[in-house]
Design a protein around this ligand. Structure first.
Ligand code: PLP
Length: 367
């Protein structure tokens, strides 16, 4: 079971309100930055897909049966077996960490194709675990394309495709059911008089898309999911609003400059996820790097929780949703929500930062 806490953030909420956020209702934070093993939301999708590959290989070789205790795969015998196989992925950093840490510990040979945004400490940590890290000067799509091509040449290699994988997607989607239980235990109602708003940082769309899909299965029209993207990389916003999905890139409209939000620096959305989001997603916000830094620092000071900059993107949605000058007003009116905002619940989905070494933490907090 890989799950994170649902937290109250009273000090941060007070600070946001003092600093101009007009938001009524209850504010909670979903701490996926501290998910076990990978320290980011990628633990949900990446580990699910690695385990599924491991399970299917073992079934096929008849060394594991559905009725067995699965802890037997954590053994030298199984590591020997998995060492015949390779798992590859393209990543801006965190997906590589998730797949690399999990894959290597089961005995797989793992190759991570890293885009130019990937942080040095993420590459170093993976190499320490025996993962092969290949670095490219290109962007995220380039790293994914390299990984896909390299994997296609090797019949014993599996490619975890962040742009198209259903297994990743469904790994993320389990969050919906789990959150429903957590809200129930916390005494939070979600129904037509008590709407739920969820703000999710978005890169290629797999993680926030899978979570949105899961939440929609649980709460239907009573949950309103919004993605947040860097102003220079609004790939989902562009793909959905133009109707061109993965066929348009942020470079096509003159954007794509570097951002501190490494995990969100993606030029085109997932083909699979962008099409699935069309009827489900309520909207997309964009956020500037300078705000990510401020929220990261205030979260650390006020709530003693360290999040990496992209993981703070959700706060953008929270600060805008009830802003009378924002287009959000129209959304609330159209959905007859204006009167219900006092009894709404807002969830900031914090997506990464749990594995950041303390020296890097200090560097980011003092920039
Ligand atoms: C990957 C990532 C996301 C977004 O996930 P996508 O599947 O790329 O949309 C958000 N936050 C962090 C910290 C991430 O690493």
């Amino acid at each position: 079971m890989i799950e994170s806490r649902l937290l109250e953030i009273p000090e941060m909420s007070a600070w946001l309100k003092e600093n101009g956020a007009c938001v009524s209702g209850r504010i909670l934070l979903k701490d996926d930055a501290h998910l076990p093993i990978a320290g980011s939301v990628k633990a949900r999708g990446g580990i699910h897909e690695v385990l599924k590959i491991a399970e299917q290989l073992a079934f096929k070789a008849k060394i594991l049966h559905p009725t067995d205790k699965y802890d037997k795969i954590d053994s030298e015998e199984f590591r020997q077996f998995y060492s015949q196989y390779t798992i590859q992925a393209g990543s801006t950093g965190n997906l590589g960490l998730s797949i690399g840490i999990m894959g290597a510990s089961l005995g797989f040979h793992v190759i991570v194709h890293m885009s130019r945004e990937a942080k040095e400490w993420k590459k170093a940590l993976l190499r320490e675990k025996g993962v092969t890290v290949l670095e490219y000067d290109g962007d995220y799509s380039h790293a994914v394309a390299e990984g896909r091509a390299s994997s296609a040449k090797d019949p014993h290699s599996f490619f975890i495709d962040d742009e198209n994988s259903e297994d990743l997607f469904f790994g993320y989607a389990t969050a919906g059911m789990r959150l429903k239980m957590q809200l129930y235990k916390a005494g939070v109602n979600v129904d037509s008089d008590h709407p739920l708003f969820v703000y999710l940082p978005c890169g290629v769309g797999g993680a926030p898309g899978g979570i949105t899909y899961g939440l929609k299965q649980m709460f239907g029209d009573n949950v309103h999911c919004f993605f947040v993207e860097p102003v220079q990389h609004p790939c989902m916003l562009l793909g959905l609003s133009s109707g061109k999905y993965e066929e348009i890139s942020v470079e096509d409209i003159g954007l794509g400059a570097p951002t501190v939000a490494d995990g969100l620096a993606v030029g085109r959305p997932s083909a699979l996820v962008s099409k699935m989001m069309r009827p489900l997603l309520s909207g997309c916000f964009t956020v500037k790097d300078e705000h990510l830094f401020i929220w990261m620092k205030v979260m650390y000071e006020k709530e003693h929780l360290f999040l990496e900059p992209p993981a703070c993107a959700g706060f953008q949605g929270l600060t805008q949703i009830e802003n009378p000058d924002s287009i959000c007003r129209q959304y609330l009116e159209n959905h007859h929500l204006t009167e219900k905002m006092q009894s709404a619940t807002h969830i900031i989905w914090a997506t990464g930062g749990g594995l950041i070494p303390s020296t890097e933490q200090t560097r980011l907090l003092t920039l």
